[in-house]
Design a protein around this ligand. Structure first.
Ligand code: ASP
Length: 441
């Protein structure tokens, strides 16, 4: 019998999860049942993905850098990656701002809807939590983000999964391995090579569980929706964000086909399991191991490129998030602070949304925390902030799911382009979880 492709299995799991969630919403005690007996399976899956993220980055980057055999290549890879990341993010923000200014989703929103949303969400724990996190983030000095890249205790970085610190350490080790010469470096390189294979195999095995996990994750998302009426009122705004995100995916497909001469459909098909997981988990960080596996084994990007570009991208490249921040900021202004809608303010949004997406953590709803900082940068009145966030809170989760798909797709696209430019893009050799199973069963 023909095997069903993984992405179809995941899609089936997602659809069933959504249906199940809706049914449970209508059944007495259904929500409790999902929270107690279904959701934990989604958590287990995310835990497993997080479990392997640090060893995966470490092994693939150290092995990759030592394979490069040339320190100057590391520099050129780094500069290209950051340059393309910044460029794609700027494109995303411009797309977002153009859409929101043309469509004007916030104009003419009825006062009673605003009052209703205000009443429901202004003092919601979710909104206050975002405001608190944003003010903690703001207190840090201007160079704190740079200081944070350099760890003082690598085990602490491992334990906290501080992505940029782990990347710094791996590059440092990789460069030193090059400097000590082949003979002395070999045992450690072999060790990391083998570790890399093991972790990649772990990804294959964990992914067997993905269709069931997405069922649990989506059922859990659905039971959180309660006020459909407010959701409908915000559909116009939500469509603007989703429309912008679709345009952004189109932009990636053009980049892929122009620079790498690969078929966009093929690209989408290969990367789709990572996109579906990004959608289900709302976290680029949790999706990272799968993105790495797809990009290396299914798109043919060499480890030295994917091991650097993808973890860096998961942390600093969030095109979906920045596009969303541009639209959300202007939408909020259209509704409650129209006098702030000046051209200068929109220019400031371009810059701050770029920095904010770099600074956003790769976890659910981080983009909304950084949105507060974007709004503050244009002098948005502090007393209106809770109302501003309340306005977009009801639809934040579904939009977070969609923007995370774009964040992950953007990272994969850039890794293809960087790999192509360095001659590190090859015909993929996908591995299955059971390649050696017959020998050991
Ligand atoms: N959830 C997003 C991510 O992990 C970040 C955000 O926009 O909230 O990529």
């Amino acid at each position: 019998m023909k095997k069903i492709a993984l992405h179809w299995k995941i899609i089936i799991g997602m659809v069933l999860g959504i249906i199940f969630g809706f049914i449970m919403n209508t059944v007495d005690g259904g929500k409790g049942f999902v929270a107690d007996w279904v959701a934990p399976f989604g958590t287990i899956f995310i835990n497993l993905l997080k479990l392997i993220a640090v060893p995966l980055i470490l092994a693939s980057l150290i092995k990759g850098i030592s394979d490069l055999k040339d320190i100057s290549k590391i520099k050129s890879m780094g500069l290209r990656t950051i340059g393309i990341y910044v460029a794609t993010t700027l494109v995303a923000i411009v797309i977002g701002l153009s859409i929101v200014n043309i469509v004007k989703p916030g104009k003419g929103m009825p006062q009673d809807t605003i009052e209703k949303i205000k009443l429901k969400y202004e003092n919601d724990a979710g909104v206050t939590d975002k405001l608190m996190k944003a003010s903690a983030q703001k207190e840090a000095g201007p160079l704190q983000a740079l200081v944070d890249i350099f760890p003082s205790n690598i085990f602490k970085s491992f334990a906290e999964a501080s992505m940029l610190q782990v990347i710094f350490f791996a590059i440092f080790v990789g460069i030193c391995l090059l400097l000590i010469g082949d003979k002395k470096a070999k045992p450690l390189i072999d060790f990391f090579d083998s570790l890399n294979e093991v972790v990649m195999k772990m990804v294959d095995l964990i992914m067997l569980f993905a269709p069931y996990a997405v069922f649990a994750l989506l059922a859990n998302v659905i039971i959180a929706f309660d006020d459909v009426e407010i959701l409908i009122k915000l559909l116009y705004y939500a469509f603007c964000v989703v429309g912008g995100l679709i345009l952004m995916i189109g932009f990636y497909l053009i980049l892929v086909s122009v620079y790498t001469k690969k078929s966009p459909m093929w690209f989408l098909q290969q990367i789709s399991p990572a996109q579906l997981l990004a959608f289900s988990t709302s976290s680029s960080a949790a999706t990272l191991p799968v993105t790495m596996e797809r990009v290396e084994e299914h798109l043919g990007v060499d480890k030295e490129v994917s091991g650097f570009v993808l973890p860096v991208g998961a942390t600093v490249n969030m095109d979906g998030t920045s596009l969303y921040q541009g639209i959300a900021a202007v939408f909020i202004m259209q509704v409650i602070w129209p006098e702030g809608l000046t051209f200068t303010n929109q220019l400031v949004i371009v810059l701050t949304a770029l920095l904010a997406s770099i600074g956003s953590a790769a976890v659910p709803s981080a983009g909304m925390v950084m949105l507060v900082i974007v709004l503050e940068s244009i002098g948005f009145p502090a007393e209106l902030l809770p109302i501003g966030l309340a306005l977009i809170f009801a639809v934040d989760r579904p939009l977070d799911m969609c923007r995370t798909v774009v964040n992950v797709t953007g990272d994969a696209t850039v890794s293809m382009i960087v790999a192509k430019s360095l001659g590190k893009l090859h015909d993929p050799k996908p591995k299955e979880w059971d390649d050696n199973y017959e020998d050991v069963k």
